[in-house]
Design a protein around this ligand. Structure first.
Ligand code: ADP
Length: 492
């Protein structure tokens, strides 16, 4: 288990012949194997289940590759590897653990363009978002937590932080590599070992991250990556040798996981859904606010748990905001995720597209007015024009339920009191946005919003040093920052 400073060549993938994806118009070519095994104990292995599922490019509906479907035996193998690796990993000098994290960060940075292309092919998000947000932020998470690894005594003065053991980490499909980084980096920095399960539609970048673990000589078993759908995730959560479960995903699955963990002694953190308010006051810079509205709900096709999906506009500026919004919407480019100019790429899956379309129908049936810019969508792939609804009542389904798509519900308010009451009138509490040029108003309103993150005159900005997490049905526990370390340590 001694750290090996040299960077090794990428591992030979055992499966199939790699083929080159002509990633036009991006210049980087990305090899994608015909099929992928799982990463267990430092090597890619075939699933004991012998089962594979297709992973599809939602931008053109082509099959990219086949992904292993882990069964209980595979889960057993992965957890056993993580358990066996734990004693040595936790005893390793913290500065040595830090070195591994720094090496992972650097190597990911070097291969950033390749990861960006792969992320966009597998998930449908615009290449400019993968390139400028997802992959750089993932790199930052590894750098940031590398910095903490040998300074944990300073994070919690007077206390000793002990690692928990084997962490089961289950992530969603909206930010595949970034969520993997959010989970893996703090767990390793704190001395835990990991079994990670990516979402079934977006496993490719996590599996490629495993190549980097091999390149940097991360000791076998410290991180294991198993693929599959809900059954695989459930088997992982239920495994007796798992000490900690970290889940990001839907509120429904989060509740099932909380029930499974209750009474088991397993530590649990949940980052779930949201229906976040974005509040525009009359005194805001309206052009800036309209940009913030667009960034708040249409970033990543609205597949964002903290998306600003409920827009509250103060009555006096409602008409002006709507007029500006309409003009701005006409300028959004929807289409090929690999095109550098694309603003909205593909919806992640056919199932999610159907879910969003159902919400559009419900919105109209309940009396709201639907607006969409005239856009020409590609013939193949899962696409939807960005949509906003006016005439929305707080009781409408589209004002209450998380849609997880590019759909905005516009509502009005008269007074700050009313804005706060309406914003907090939700079972969720993940994020909120405030737009005003009055600093005192920002502090007052922010302190009265029940939301884990409050953005002021901006929206959807992330930083590894800033804790992220929710209240109420948006979950509990924080990721990022000093507070995020608490999810992976027992303080004694
Ligand atoms: P979505 O509905 O947006 O696809 P999910 O909450 O279903 O989100 O999925 C998030 C992650 O949780 C995925 O990796 C998925 O495979 C996993 N998952 C789904 N069902 C379960 C379950 N019962 N137990 C554990 N993990 C699950």
């Amino acid at each position: 288990m001694s750290p090996s400073p040299e960077v090794k060549n990428p591992p030979e993938l055992e499966f199939g012949n790699a083929w080159e994806y002509a990633a036009a118009p991006e210049s980087v070519k990305v090899d994608i194997a015909d099929k992928y095994g799982m990463f267990i104990n430092g090597a890619f292995v075939a699933p004991m289940s012998r089962k594979y599922m297709d992973t599809i490019n939602p931008g053109n509906e082509e099959v990219l590759s086949k992904i292993a479907v882990a069964n209980e035996d595979d889960v057993e193998r992965a957890v056993a590897a993580a358990k066996a690796a734990f004693p040595k990993w936790k005893r390793l000098k913290a500065s040595e653990r830090a070195k591994y994290l720094f090496r992972i960060a650097r190597r990911l940075q070097e291969r950033a363009r390749e990861f960006s292309v792969l992320e966009t092919l597998d998930g449908g998000k615009p290449i400019k978002e993968s390139r400028d947000v997802d992959i750089p932020e993932a790199v930052k998470h590894f750098f940031y937590h590398a910095g903490w690894a040998d300074k944990l005594d300073y994070a919690f003065p007077g206390r000793k932080g002990r690692p928990l053991g084997v962490c089961a980490q289950i992530i969603p499909w909206n930010f595949p590599l970034l969520m993997a980084a959010w989970k893996i980096a703090p767990a390793l920095a704190c001395g835990n070992t990991v079994v990670l399960k990516p979402a079934e539609t977006t496993s490719l970048t996590a599996l490629r991250l495993a190549e980097i673990f091999v390149e940097v000589g991360l000791p076998p078993g410290v991180v294991n990556i198993i693929t599959g759908a809900g059954d695989t995730g459930a088997a992982l959560v239920a495994h007796k040798d798992v000490q900690k479960v970290a889940f990001t995903g839907s509120t429904a699955v989060g509740k099932a996981i909380a029930q499974e963990c209750a009474g088991s002694g397993k530590r649990l953190t949940l980052e779930l859904g949201g229906k976040s308010p974005n509040i525009i006051f009359e005194d805001a810079s309206l052009d800036q606010a309209v940009d913030g509205i667009v960034q708040g709900i249409f970033f990543n096709q609205g597949h964002v748990c903290c998306a600003g999906s409920r827009l509250f506009v103060q009555e006096g500026v409602m008409q002006e905001v709507l007029a500006k919004l309409e003009v701005r919407m006409q300028s959004l480019r929807v289409g090929d995720p690999m095109d550098k100019n694309t603003d909205l790429g593909a919806i992640n899956s056919l199932g999610q597209l159907a879910t969003i379309k159902r919400y559009l129908e419900v919105g109209e049936a309940e009396g709201a007015q639907r607006h969409q810019p005239s856009v020409k969508l590609p013939k193949r792939g899962y696409y939807l024009p960005p949509t906003w609804f006016t005439g929305v009542q707080p009781s409408h389904t589209i004002a209450r339920e998380e849609i997880f798509g590019p759909v905005l519900s516009v509502m009005s308010f008269r007074t700050p009191e009313e804005a706060i009451a309406r914003a907090n009138n939700t079972p969720y509490g993940l994020a909120a946005g405030i737009w005003t040029d009055k600093g005192s108003k920002i502090f007052d309103i922010a302190s009265r919003l029940k939301a884990g993150v409050v953005w002021c005159n901006t929206y959807n900005r992330f930083d590894a040093a800033s804790p992220f997490g929710g209240y109420k049905q948006s979950g509990f526990g924080r990721e990022g920052g000093r507070q995020g370390l608490l999810s992976y340590l027992e303080l004694v």
